[in-house]
Design a protein around this ligand. Structure first.
Ligand SMILES: [Zn+2]
Ligand SMILES: [Zn+2]
Length: 134
C-alpha cells in the first residue's frame, strides 16, 4: 500500500497494486501547478482510493482533450495530480508519504520545459506524451 496526503492532511489517498510508471512531466500545467516540473505516478485507476477528504478536492482546468483535470486540496492548494483520468490514475508523486517502490524512468513533455532549466540526467526524454504499449 502506498499512502499519500496533502499538506494540511485533509485529503488522504491510498494506492494498492504496482504503479506502472513514474515520470518527470515538464508540461506547462505541471510547471505552473507544481513548481518546475511534476514527478507523476501512473497506474490502474481501480488501484487508487481517496480515503479522506474527497469533498476537499478542487478539480480545475481540464486539458485540451477534455481530460486530465488538475486536482488540488481546496484548503492548502497541494497539487494532487489528475487523480483518475479514464482507466488510469495520474498522481503527483510529491504528495506521496510512502516510497512507491519504482524510480523515475523518463522525462515527458520536454518541449514545454523552460529554456532556463536543463535536464541533467540520462533518462530518456520525450517531447510530448509517452503512451506505454499496454
Ligand atoms: Zn490540504
Ligand atoms: Zn504535466
Amino acid at each position: 500500500m502506498i499512502r499519500g496526503s496533502c499538506l494540511c492532511g485533509k485529503v488522504k489517498f491510498e494506492i494498492s497494486g504496482e504503479p506502472s510508471s513514474l515520470s518527470y512531466c515538464h508540461c506547462s500545467r505541471c510547471r505552473k501547478a507544481a513548481g518546475i516540473f511534476s514527478a507523476v505516478l501512473i497506474g490502474k485507476a481501480d488501484d487508487l482510493r481517496v480515503t479522506e477528504g474527497l469533498d476537499q478536492i478542487a478539480k480545475l482546468l481540464p486539458g485540451p482533450d477534455g481530460k486530465h483535470e488538475r486536482c488540488f486540496c481546496k484548503d492548502c492548494g497541494t497539487s494532487l495530480g489528475d487523480l483518475v483520468t479514464g482507466d488510469i490514475y495520474v498522481v503527483a508523486a510529491s504528495a506521496l508519504d510512502d516510497d512507491p517502490g519504482i524510480r523515475p524512468s523518463i522525462h515527458i513533455h520536454t518541449a514545454s520545459k523552460p529554456d532556463w532549466y536543463e535536464i541533467s540526467d540520462d533518462l530518456k526524454k520525450f517531447e510530448g506524451d509517452y503512451i506505454p504499449e499496454n
